[in-house]
Ligand binder design. Sequence first.
Ligand SMILES: [Zn+2]
Length: 201
Amino acid sequence: MKPTPLTIVNVGYRSTNYWVISAGIARLLVDIGWPGTMGKMLATLDRMDIPLSEIRYALATHYHIDHAGLAQELKNAGVSLLVLDVQVDAIPVMKTWTKPWDKYVEISPQGNITISFPESRTVLAQIGIGGEIIHTPGHSDDSVSLLLDNGPVFTGDLTPEESAFDNPVALASWRLLREKGATTIYPAHGPTRPIEAAPPA
Ligand SMILES: [Zn+2]
């Protein structure tokens, strides 16, 4: 059986990209909204013809409030939250960055699907997505990237290579993504762009 071709749709708002990767009607959301914006997220999904019920998993590239602010509300709506083991300790810290008026709903550990990086390929394959999740620290220690087998890579806030000259951890993350075959960067902010064939001199 031929694999279903993947589609990638941006459902972002407020200068932040949220990506829906779909293999037919099995879908994954990469980055999970600002706190208190469930109505905005639902309206955007609706406008893009993406039924919430078809989103099987949500993955935060890292646990900063503009990337995981709706995680618990989406869990409550039936979406499974995929958490990498390196992210577990960052989750409870999120609430320290929010104020009551942000209407952040704290993420409970209950129901989270916590996996290791080597397990990610199997989990993604369950929904028809060929790819893996890779640890790419540099912006934060809990930052991860989703690399699809045909080259797109979802990098969250990973510091752009050209401005990471003083950030060897970020540069090492970019090197790893390049070695693993990343070709097109889908960042959390700004437009998609090709990954440079060689690191800047
Ligand atoms: Zn961030």
